[in-house]
Design a protein around this ligand. Structure first.
Ligand SMILES: Nc1ncnc2c1ncn2[C@@H]1O[C@H](COP(=O)(O)OP(=O)(O)OP(=O)(O)O)[C@@H](O)[C@H]1O
Ligand SMILES: [Mg+2]
Length: 326
């Protein structure tokens, strides 16, 4: 079975991704500076349906917001699942991302807060389906979102550390708008047999977007999702992903975890719904890895490290007291 992948990725060396360490993954120093001082804009995209784009968008955004970083989700899928999953009632919305794309509304007017501190969302609505046709003949139709985002960032009407876009599984004008606006693309990929097949198509799409619309778009990483380490096929596919895509694959894999499904059904992030679950642990690890990839200099101290620091401090305190007492 895996000969197929060998031929797929070896056929043309140009098509094969380089195995480069993260610091040389093409993430330029300027984008690091950007991440430190400005907004990092990430599109979560893969034309493969059901690979965990929306689940990743909701839970990664929440993990970052919980660290005190300001995050904006832009829901670019007419299914509105990111909006619904974070607890937004899409029937009550005055504006949505549709109005930004079609009616020339300023992005900040479509932004609403969520129940999670530091996390806002520009929600989608079903009307987004119609947007494809409505903007099809506009000049600069691919750039509408990019213009809106950069206007918001430059006028500093709202400040965000991260803008995270949930793209739809089809390569429509809305997805193109997302990819044209992003600095980074994060690609969730199921650790299932057929998910790798679609990858080649996705990479040629990314190349076209880079050539024609957004030369600075960088692959932030491929995220293995729905990983079930009990099954051999899942382990084999993850192995193949790491072999062919090297360090482009996140070290973190998102394991299959029913709590992630239940959280979405309860319109909550995994951190509110089941903070001690494996799903929460995986998305926290992803958020930390993502920060270190975009900006290696800035990694938040994790709880283990904090504990060690406290222990060290206490030990040296006890030691100095003991010395003084002598
Ligand atoms: N790690 C996981 N463990 C178990 N279920 C998951 C996991 N990740 C996602 N799911 C479930 O799989 C389904 C598809 O996930 P999700 O909606 O995130 O995919 P998607 O790529 O956004 O789909 P679409 O292409 O339709 O937008 C959902 O029911 C979700 O709850
Ligand atoms: Mg989705």
């Amino acid at each position: 079975m895996f000969e197929y992948f060998e031929s797929l990725f070896n056929r043309n060396n140009k098509e094969r991704l380089e195995h480069t360490p993260p610091e040389r993954m093409g993430i330029s120093p300027s984008s690091r500076i950007n991440a430190e001082t400005k907004t990092s804009i990430i599109a979560i995209a893969n034309q493969k349906g059901g690979c965990g784009k929306t689940t990743t968008c909701i839970n990664l955004s929440t993990a970052l917001a919980n660290m005190g970083l300001k995050v904006l989700i832009i829901d670019l899928d007419a299914q509105s699942q990111a909006s619904l999953g974070i607890g937004i009632n899409t029937d009550d919305l005055k504006y949505s991302i549709y109005d930004v794309l079609v009616k020339n509304l300023e992005l900040e007017s479509a932004v609403v807060p969520t129940d999670i501190q530091n996390l806002d969302i520009a929600p989608a609505s079903a009307m987004l389906t119609g947007a494809q046709l409505e903007i099809a003949n506009l000049l600069g139709r691919e750039w509408i979102l990019r213009t809106s985002i950069y206007k918001m960032i430059n006028t500093q009407t709202r400040k965000y550390d991260y803008i995270i876009m949930d793209c739809s599984p089809s390569l429509n004008l809305t997805t193109i708008n997302g990819l044209a606006s992003a600095q980074f693309i994060l690609i969730p990929a199921q650790t299932h047999y057929f998910s790798l097949e679609g990858m080649k198509e996705l990479f040629s799409t990314i190349e076209i977007v880079k050539e024609r619309l957004n030369p600075k778009l960088q692959i932030l990483g491929i995220l293995p999702t729905l990983y079930d380490m009990r099954t051999r096929i899942s382990r084999q596919i993850l192995g193949q992903m790491r072999k062919y895509f090297g360090d482009k694959v996140f070290k973190t894999a998102i394991h299959t975890n029913i709590k992630l499904v239940e959280a979405q059904a309860h319109k909550k992030s995994i951190f509110e719904f089941a903070p001690n679950s494996n799903g929460a642990r995986d998305y926290l690890a992803l958020s930390e890895e993502l920060i270190s990839r975009i900006c290696p200099e800035f990694t938040p101290v994790n709880e283990k490290e904090k504990a060690v620091e406290v222990e060290d401090l206490m030990q040296s305190h006890i030691l100095s007291q003991a010395l003084n007492d002598r």
